[in-house]
Design a protein around this ligand. Sequence first.
Ligand SMILES: CC(C)(COP(=O)(O)OP(=O)(O)OC[C@H]1O[C@@H](n2cnc3c(N)ncnc32)[C@H](O)[C@@H]1OP(=O)(O)O)[C@@H](O)C(=O)NCCC(=O)NCCS
Length: 176
Amino acid sequence: MSGFAWRPMRPADIDGVVDVARVAFPDHFEARECFEERLALFPQGCFVLASDEEVKGYLIAYPWALGSVPPLNSLLGGLPETRAEFYLHDLAFHPHVRGQGHARPIVERLAAELRAAGAERIALVSVNDSLAFWRGMGFEPVSGDEAMRRKLESYGGDSTYMMRKLRGAANGAPAS
Ligand SMILES: CC(C)(COP(=O)(O)OP(=O)(O)OC[C@H]1O[C@@H](n2cnc3c(N)ncnc32)[C@H](O)[C@@H]1OP(=O)(O)O)[C@@H](O)C(=O)NCCC(=O)NCCS
């Protein structure tokens, strides 16, 4: 394991986060303002994998209604009132720290913290051929309607809407 550890994201981390995003999502550009806004709106859902000030990975999640996906590279403008349903917008690592077991600890930390705060479900859109990875993290594909299929087009051909339940008998996720 490298000397990197997860901690809450801070405004000073945004440069590093943008750098990781650029490498990790070459086909899904998002402007710096999008990252700044997500951190400002819901800092509880923003984490970085860092050593001192060097950022090599990040996770961003925020409250969002199930069955709806935020458009890429757009400001959210605010958050919905729900604290039961969340959207995991990004989990990304610089290639130098991939394959080192950093993903599961932060996904489980997020799930535990949201569950403790009363959340019921986390959704995401898997891209970059990551469906099997997300299955391993307790998420399962959810078939969407025509409107969902249209929205997913902006995420690319291999994108899949997935969900993990945080309570009850769930997708391989631990019951509370
Ligand atoms: C997807 C990504 C976050 C995975 O990171 P990683 O460093 O490989 O993850 P880890 O080393 O922590 O592996 C976690 C687990 O997932 C498994 N895994 C990793 N990649 C996998 C894949 N493509 N398919 C199936 N399982 C996978 C690992 O075997 C490991 O399993 P284990 O905990 O049972 O041992 C990383 O490849 C990345 O940053 N990709 C670019 C950005 C991206 O595509 N993010 C997700 C899109 S929404």
